[in-house]
Design a protein around this ligand. Sequence first.
Ligand code: F6P
Length: 415
Amino acid sequence: MKGNVIVGQSGGPTAAINSSLAGVYRTAKDRGAKKVYGMLHGIQGLLKEKYIDLSDHIKTELDAELLKRTPAAFLGSCRYKLPAIHEDKEIYEKIFAILDKLEIEAFIYIGGNDSMDTIKKLSDYAIITGHPTRFIGCPKTIDNDLALTDHTPGFGSAAKYIGTSMKEIIRDSFCLEYSKGLVSIVEVMGRNAGWLTGASALAAGEDCEGPDMIYLPELAFDIEDFGNRVKALLEKKPSVVIAVSEGIRTAEGKYVCELGNSVDFVDAFGHKQLSGTASYLASYIAGEIGCKTRAIELSTLQRSASHCSSRVDILEAYQVGGAAVKAADEGDSGKMVVLQRLSDDPYQCGTEVKDVHKIANDEKLVPREWVNEDGTYVTSEFISYVRPLIQGDVSPVMVDGIPRHLYTPRELSER
Ligand code: F6P
């Protein structure tokens, strides 16, 4: 590489997104990039010329190892939608002037389907204007809803945390004599895709029967039927544990969380903040059945639990970061790195690049045949798909009994 590289992080953080950042940095340096810049808060920060030189922060091999084990977006994230090129040419001129000033050869954006919209628009603009900078997307999302890739970095670690926590919740709810009749409803992220919620089935094994029911957002949710099923389960068992996706909707298309006191926040991409599904359903069950209930929102914990991350996930996240730089260095632009599963047993996976126009703004959902007939559990095919992705551990570097992280750049907190 003759020029410089700039990398940004965008969208919801994960436990593996910083491993991709470490992979971008290492590969860019190995391929001769003079400088590797990090945008602060993604494209939104770049527009305000906020960036750092990553060499000032990743100084040793230990720093790189800590970065791989640091949850959340080290560079800060954003949910910023670039206007269409014909709507605001000035914003593109501004971005490209900054890229010229920094002599950027490769622009790497680590993110999900909304972030790939940014790669798509910037690479289109570069083609229209004949600009030489190359734009590559590096996949990341706990939701696992990106098209054309077998799975997304970040998903495996979140799935491992969800399977583990679900098992711990089931243990807890079954041990208490005074908790007879307890219904625990566990709310899982994932927006309109049920990959993460389905991962709660990983709790099941020789020593745990797993959740009693799992509700994914891909199928319409019938609240009355749900109440009847819970009642029937309570007649047979002392306590019941159910996983529900934050994005389940009624047949009329209304999010269940909107039936209660939901939050009205909508982001730049028009996504509503989904939260409150478990608490609404717990109140409903308490009212209908008169039993004790507990609403458990895994919320931020499921995407920031780097102490429980999957080794496969952290390694693949690093690998896709490196593959993104390689693709740009070899002349690709307007592409996203995808993971291609070669075999399940032994698990083997490689990388390729695919046209980002076929990925941006799309949502890959759980196929209907991977959910049982009555829509209350995932099938064994679903579990076989997820299980290889949660294998292995990455030990945190413990200092005084608490995991050590790579310290956030000071510039990130300057407004
Ligand atoms: O897209 C990733 C994700 O974690 C979703 O699962 C969730 O709905 C959303 O982000 C939450 O986003 P935020 O933290 O911006 O509210």
